[in-house]
Write a protein that binds this ligand. Structure first.
Ligand SMILES: *[C@@H]1O[C@H](CO)[C@@H](O)[C@H](O)[C@H]1NC(C)=O
Length: 412
C-alpha cells in the first residue's frame, strides 16, 4: 500500500469499497431518538398542532421515532435472524440473501419504501489507543468528517473498532465487517466502506448509485478466501505477484485479489461491478492538499456572482444548494487535476494512528495535510452553523460568516 496505483475503480479504490444490496445502521437514529422522543401524551391528536399529524401513519402505527421508519416494531414471525444456521462470520456463507432480505423488508414495510437508496457507511479503527500521541485526535476528526458527511446526505454510519476475525487483519479486516454490516442492515441497499484515514473533502458529493444482493455475499466469500483465512492464501500471493508485475509485496492483498477476480472471471463479476473512470476517487493526498486554497477561491468566485448560493439555509436542505452549484461546476470536470473539490482525500502512507508514515513523506507534511483536509471539509459544514475556519492550518481558528457578505469580499 506504499504508493497509490492509478486505478479507476471506485468500488474498491484504496480508500473505499462499496457493497450494494444490503443495509443501514441505526446508530445515529438511535441517539437522536433518545434525545428527541417526546413523552407520549404530550400530543393531543385533536389539537391544531401541525406536529400532531405526523404522529400516526394511516395504518395507525406510531412512526414518530425514525424519520418515517418504524423503529419500534419487529413482528414475531421468524426471519433469517432466527435461523440458527445463519452466521455473521466469514466461515458461514449466507445463502439466498436476496430472498431473506426481501422477506425482512416485507415484514418491516416502513423500511421497504426507501430501501433502494439507503446507504450505510462503515469505517473503523483498531481496538487499542493509538501509538501516535495525536493519533486518536486525528481519528476522531476523520470520524467527525464522515459523520458530518452522512448527516448531510441522510446516510447511517457504523464505526467498528474491533478486529472481527483474528486472521483477517490490515487491509483484509474490512471484509468481515462489511459482511456483518450487510446482515445487521437488511434495510440498506448499499454498504459503503471508507478507510479511517480518508476524508470526504467535497461534502456535496453524492455517489451516482444504481444497485445490492446474494451476489455481494458470494463475492465476499470468494474474495475473503483469497486472504489469510483461505487455505490457499500463500498460493494466491504467488499468483498475484506473477499476474501483476507492479505488486510490491509477496502476501495476497485485498485489492490485487479483487482485480484478479475481475480479470479472470469477467462474466461473473463485470456485470455487477462498476468501474468508475470519471471521478478522481483515488484522492491521493499529496496531489491534493496544495490545491485547497485555490479551490476555495474558485468556489468563492462563483458564489460572489450568484446570491442564491450564498443564501443561508437549514443544514437539512443542503443537497438543494449542491444541485444549484452543480451548473457552475460543470466546466471543472470530475477527474484528476480538476479545480472541483476532490470527493475524497486519502492519506495513503500516513498512518495517523501509529504515526509510522512512509519514509518518503515527512511526518510534518502528513500531519499538516490531514489538518488542512479536515478543516477544508469542516468549513463546508461549519458554514451551515454560521462559522468558518479562516486558516486551514489552524484548527482552532474561527470567524463568523457575515450575512450575505458584500460582493467583493468572501466569508473567509
Ligand atoms: C493557485 O493560484 C495562484 C494564482 O492564480 C497560482 O499562482 C498558483 O500556482 C495556484 N496554486 C496551485 C497549487 O495551483
Amino acid at each position: 500500500m506504499a504508493k497509490p496505483r492509478n486505478r479507476p475503480l471506485w468500488c474498491l479504490s484504496e480508500s473505499f469499497v462499496l457493497v450494494g444490496g444490503v443495509f443501514l445502521s441505526l446508530l445515529l437514529v438511535w441517539s437522536f431518538w433518545s434525545f428527541f422522543t417526546p413523552t407520549p401524551g404530550n400530543f393531543d391528536p385533536s389539537s391544531a398542532d401541525p406536529f400532531s399529524k405526523l404522529k400516526k401513519n394511516p395504518a395507525g402505527d406510531c412512526i414518530d421515532s425514525g424519520f418515517g421508519v418504524n423503529l419500534k416494531s419487529d413482528p414475531k414471525e421468524p426471519t433469517f435472524y432466527d435461523d440458527p444456521e445463519m452466521g455473521y462470520t466469514l466461515e458461514k456463507p449466507v445463502k439466498d440473501w436476496d430472498e431473506k432480505r426481501k422477506e425482512w423488508l416485507k415484514r418491516h414495510p416502513s423500511f421497504a419504501a426507501g430501501a433502494r437508496e439507503r446507504i450505510v457507511v462503515v469505517t473503523g479503527s483498531q481496538p487499542k489507543p493509538c501509538k501516535n500521541p495525536i493519533g486518536d485526535h486525528l481519528l476522531l476528526r476523520f470520524f467527525k468528517n464522515k459523520v458530518d458527511y452522512c448527516r448531510l446526505h441522510g446516510y447511517d454510519i457504523f464505526y467498528n473498532n474491533l478486529l472481527l476475525h483474528p486472521k483477517m487483519n490490515s487491509y483484509w479486516a474490512k471484509l468481515p465487517i462489511v459482511k456483518a454490516a450487510m446482515l445487521a442492515h437488511p434495510e440498506a441497499e448499499w454498504i459503503w466502506w471508507v478507510d479511517s484515514d480518508a476524508a470526504f473533502t467535497d461534502m456535496e458529493f453524492k455517489l451516482p448509485l444504481e444497485r445490492n444482493c446474494q451476489w455481494s455475499m458470494d463475492l465476499i466469500n470468494t474474495w475473503s478466501n483469497m486472504g489469510p483465512i483461505g487455505k490457499d492464501y500463500y498460493k494466491w500471493g504467488q499468483i498475484q505477484r506473477s499476474t501483476f508485475k507492479d505488486k510490491l509485496f509477496p502476501e495476497s492483498d485485498d485489492q490485487s485479489a479483487l482485480i484478479y477476480l475481475l480479470y479472470t472471471q469477467k462474466e461473473k463479476y463485470y456485470d455487477n461491478i462498476y468501474l468508475e473512470g470519471e471521478f478522481y476517487f483515488e484522492g491521493y493526498w499529496l496531489e491534493i492538499v496544495g490545491n485547497y486554497e485555490n479551490t476555495t477561491e474558485r468556489y468563492l468566485e462563483i458564489e460572489r456572482g450568484v446570491p442564491k448560493l450564498r443564501r443561508r439555509h437549514a443544514e437539512k436542505v443542503s443537497e438543494q444548494y449542491a444541485a444549484f452549484r452543480e451548473e457552475f461546476l460543470k466546466e471543472a470536470g470530475n477527474g484528476k487535476g480538476s479545480w472541483r473539490r476532490p470527493p475524497i482525500t486519502h492519506f495513503t502512507g500516513c498512518q495517523p494512528c501509529s504515526g509510522d508514515h512512509n519514509q518518503i513523506y515527512a511526518g510534518e507534511t502528513c500531519y499538516k495535510g490531514m489538518v488542512k483536509a479536515l478543516n477544508f471539509a469542516d468549513n463546508q459544514v461549519l458554514r451551515n452553523y454560521g462559522f468558518v475556519h479562516p486558516d486551514l492550518l489552524d484548527s482552532s481558528s474561527v470567524t463568523e460568516v457575515p450575512f450575505d457578505y458584500p460582493a467583493d469580499e468572501g466569508p473567509w
